[in-house]
Design a protein around this ligand. Sequence first.
Ligand code: SF4
Length: 308
Amino acid sequence: MTQEPFTSGYTCLPEPVLTERTDALRDMMRACRLCPRHCNVNRPDGELGACRTAADPVVSSYGPHFGEERPLVGRMGSGTIFLTNCNLRCIFCQNCDISQLGEGRAVSVEEVARMMLELQRRGCHNINWVTPTHQVPMLVEATRLAAAEGLRVPIVYNCGGYESVDCLRLLEGIVDIYMPDAKYGDNAVGEQLSGVPDYWDRCREALTEMHRQVGALELDEQGVATRGVLVRHLVLPEDMARSSVVMQHLAALSADTYVNVMAQYRPAHRAREVSAIARPLSRAEYRAAVQAALDAGLRRLDERRLLV
Ligand code: SF4
């Protein structure tokens, strides 16, 4: 059964604006500064930076997904497109085959546009770009092509939270729902676990910009997200995520910031190299993080994934 699609912000932007944004984003790949790593490589010429991605889209898989947050899934699923590679190197990544080992295939921008249209035809409530940061110029171009063919559902920018504000500004009016991780409230932990020296500084700036653009999460009468920010925070053992610091910052943005406090941490990939995260999260640790969110004044917590 096909559901009437929502109208997304990008459908209100004239096509020349989408073309200008695509060109500006593609320009940023010539001495790449799409993300705060600022690798300065010329990706259209085939040079590779830390994300090991040139200038063509690389996709691992796509399809309706029912494992995302309830406001994205609704009844018909979130239309996920899993992008290959990542600008972070998290040692506990659960999708390291895709994010760090390159599982996926290079496709054309036109093919990505067809994927988006197919997901909408199948009734998905949104198009969910999973790990888009390093591929965003191609995704915006694909959105322009798909919009000309009738794409209407909201775009979800589902990212690791290590973002360039310059790049995010070019997404204003195109992305309807930002879904960033807020992984750790501490730069030193970001260096140890994700391989970047300034994770929390850049994440805070990105959260502020995302909130400026789209505000707190808005839901329709069926409880499906149409616009706004939805933050994910994976609680780590030994408070490595510095949950209290993160929650206080999110509450300062708005007490209505929607936060999924995630309990499902398990050591994966190379996590056992760091003793603090070499074991699953305890129930007490999870509860302490939820309490920190409540103490900070946050009113919209998704804490359904409680430990048993
Ligand atoms: S997107 Fe990739 S190449 Fe560009 S700055 Fe980030 S990690 Fe480096």
